[in-house]
Each structure stands twice: as C-alpha cells, then as structure tokens.
Design a protein around this ligand. Sequence first.
Ligand code: ADP
Ligand code: MG
Length: 561
Amino acid sequence: MVQEKGTISIHTENIFPIIKKFLYSDHEIFLRELVSNAVDATQKMRRLAALGKYNAELGDTTIQVSVDEAAKTITISDRGIGMTAEEVKKYINQIAFSGATEFMEQFKEARDANEIIGRFGLGFYSAFMVADKVEIQTLSYQEGAEPARWVCDGSTEFELTEGSRTERGTDIVLYLNTDNEEFLDRSRLQQILDKYAKFMPVPIQFGTRNSTEEDGTDEEGEPKYKTVEVPNIINNTNPIWTKAPTELSDEDYLNFYRELYPLSDDPLFWIHLNVDYPFNLTGVLYFPKLKNDFEVQRNKIKLFSRQVFITDEVKDIVPEFLMLLHGVIDSPDIPLNVSRSFLQADSNVKKINSYITRKVADKLLELFRKDRKAFEEKWNDIGLFVKYGALSDDKFWEKGKDFVLLNNTKSEYYTLDEYNAKVKDFQTDKDGRLVYLYTNDAERQDSYIQAANKRDYDVLLMNSPIDTHFTQHLESKLEKTSFKRVDADILDKLIVKENAQQHQLSDDEKSKVKDIFQKAIANEHMQVEVEALSDAELPVTITMEEWMRRMKDMARLGGGG
Ligand code: ADP
Ligand code: MG
C-alpha cells in the first residue's frame, strides 16, 4: 500500500546521472557516508539514553554491514534513532541545494566527491553513485512511532510507504548497478571499511570470521582447539588519539604506529596533539626512521574528522616541512569540503598549521634538553626535518636555532652557539669573518681534513642533500659567518688570532726553546726560529746565513768537478 508518492525537491531534471558521472573516481566513499550516518544515528541514540530521554532497552548498538551476492545488495543496519515518515520527508527528500543552476555551477569547480558532499549535503545521496535503487527501512525511537519505508530508483521520484522494521533503527539497502558489482566482493568491502571506518566510534560488524578457541584437552592432557565463528568487528572505537597522553604508555604509541604502518621500522619518537581552543584538534604525529638516504614516503599522515577517515592528502593543513611525518590528525574544524585555495586562506587551517609547527619545535627542544645524548644519536634522522623546517618556516627557525646541531668529522655535536664559541678565535679570514670549514665527502677530502685538523681547524660534516641550502641559510642568519669547503684553497687564507691558541708558547718559552737548539747546533751562522704553535707543521726552523749556503754549494761543485 503506497502511503505517499512524490518528487524529491531538487529543481533539476535528474541529479543522479550527474552524481554518477562526475564522481566516478570516488565511488567507494558511498560506504563511508552511509556508515558514518549510521554512526551519527547511534551516537544520538546513546546521548538520548544518557540524558534519560529514552527509557527502553538500548540493546546491542553494533552497526551491521552485509552483502547479498545473489540479490546484489549491500545493507547497512544500525540501531540508532531511526526516522519517522515525516523525518524521512524532511531529511532525505529535501536535498540541500537551492537550485540546479547553482549546483551545476559549483559542480564545475569542485574537485572531488568530498567537496560535493560537503557543499550540498549529498552524504546519503552518494549511494546513487553505485546503486540503481535505494531502499530505507526505518523505525524511530520515539514512542508509538510507525515503521517507514522509502524507495527511490535514481530518478527524482520516490515512494514512501509503511515499513517492516520492528526494532528501532535504520536499514539502508543498496541495489548495486551493473557497473559497480565490484562492491559485492567481500575483500573489496573489507578494504574500504578498513580505510574509512577503522577508527569510527561505534562498533561495526562485517560478517563473521573464523577464530581458534581452546576446546578441552586430549588423552595426553594437551589442549585441543576448535575453530569458531566470531563477529568480524572491523574497527577500533577508541584509537589512542582520543585518549589522554597520561593514560598511554610508549608501548601503546608504538603499537598504534605498527597498526597504521605494519611494514615500517619503529618511529624515533612522537608528539601527541591535543587542543580544543581556538580550534579542536587531536592527533599523534610520529617521526619516522629514515631509510636509504632520506627517502621517506610523503603523504603518510591521515586526516580524520571525528574518527571518520577523510584523506591522506594533508598538504595544506600540515606545514610542508612536516609532510615527512607519519600519523593521524583529527579535527572537525578543518573545512574538508571546500576548494584548495579556500583552504589555504582559511584562518583555522592557518592556526592549525602554526600550532603543529610550534608543538613539533617544543617537542624537539624538550628532547634535546632532557637527553642530549639520545638527541645526538637520532640527529641523523631528526636533522633533516629540523633543517627543512628552519629553511621553510621562520617561526620554526626561531625555536630551532637552539637545538640545531652541527656535527664535525670527529662525530662531535655542537649547537650553533657552542660552535661559534669553539672556533671564533681560530677561524677568521682577513676581513674578520668567521669561516666554518666543511666537507661534503669526508672520504675523498680526507687529506684536506687532516691538513685542517693539523692546524687545529675544525671541519663540519655537511653531507645530506639539504645541506647546501642549509649552509646558505646559516650564512644569512649568523653574523659574519661564511661556509667554505675544506678543499677550496682556504686553509692558507685563515688568520690565527694572536694569543688565542691553546698550544701557543709564551715569549719566554720560545726563547728557552731557541736557546736549547742554538746550544746544540753550536754554530753562530745558523739561525733558529721557534713557531708559536707547538704542534705547527714546522715548530722549529733552522736556517743558514746566505753566504754560508753559497760557500757550501761551491765546495760541492768543486769537489764534483
Ligand atoms: P548529513 O549526514 O551531513 O546530515 P546526509 O545526506 O548524510 O547528510 O544525511 C541526511 C540526513 O538524513 C541526516 O542528517 C539524518 O537526519 C538522516 N539520516 C541519514 N541516515 C540516517 C540513519 N541511518 N539513521 C537516522 N537518520 C539518518
Ligand atoms: Mg552524512
């Protein structure tokens, strides 16, 4: 018995072919939209119960996703608040667009389905990307409510009739079209659920799975096992980013990382983000261990909105230099559904961006102060981020200059201040500029390094791909300092300031050494010179007077002729 027939109030001939056509690449998100609607309805129900506004039994509120290969349907069932027929009319029939013209116009700009859904409230209607026909069976939680059934075949016509549901909640049944039968494949569905629903806040069951269980003992007293079917719950409703850092151990953070990136090495450390003013954002960012020459996969940060996965393209939200980090960010305040340029100009996004930068800088400073040795040990991996950050973000540099490390060929680590103090009296050129010597290939430039070290100069190791830019950056930031490669004909141009050398001899010591040599030679025509540097290449030089040298030469010539 048809209760009501009508036309969905969109002022356009037929919206569904457009949805199907334009959103081709993102078809799979229909499942995210329908499951997150089920989550929303369930959470509303729980809230009502918590507020004492629902006195009946809440029951098991697990959401069920099921497939019927023969009927070619996918069903999403929840035990949420359900809808009355009036509500179906209100919430489902009236799609939130003002008119076809505007819709079509905006449609042209929209880059992907996320944008369409956000702009037009097409969440539910994304079902028509994959289905020819959609059926809703629903029963409202309200006392005395009647079950309602809504069917629409993808035209603008719908049918609203008496429903058959006997328990509170909603079933959404999708009759897949022939182009989208791939979604009948269980492993494909499991994969989509893993991607979008893995951390949704209400348990979601997708069929059953086999599990091994102990089943008494055999004659020898050994335990016996049997295989049992258990519900296949696809999600973790309490991921760590929703918890307080004080509740969590290192092991929790590591396990979560392993869950997200099963094939990766353990991370170096992590940062728990947690802010609710002026925007709401939680998350955990991990510093990965770098592999083969700083090769790190970008786009490994996952963006969630209230535990619903949105995207792993976080380009405009996370500062560019932190794109190498891994982990999760969850914020309902990030406008997910608007165009890129709008996102870049959005003030929340800007605040989020600088908040993340600040947190990362603070964390690094804390690690540096707490355990310098460990920090130095990790510098190989951390350094790339820090240098990249220093280069690309002034605010980060302001903090980073206190924990940026320079390491020399002797594997010693110095902060910028420490290094300045170390070499400022040794390594200046004739213009009084500090000269920081470096090598980008310690093996090939070994002889230069040795020569420099002999003269007591220090040589920095600058061999990562970013170091060329980083040294330029330091030159622009540090006062009167230039970087010179150790083989660049520089050593002889450096001036050693007087009275600055550690091994310098006093005048008194010099004359004592001179006396000793002079006495030993016992020849007044030979001159002894003593260098100020005790470990100079030629600490003591003995020269003959010119006439004496000539006489000797002549004697040698005469003897030979
Ligand atoms: P949004 O979720 O952004 O509100 P949707 O198009 O996804 O937009 O859903 C439209 C409305 O339909 C929801 O706001 C809700 O009122 C109703 N609705 C959809 N699915 C369900 C459901 N499973 N249970 C109860 N109400 C639902
Ligand atoms: Mg929705």
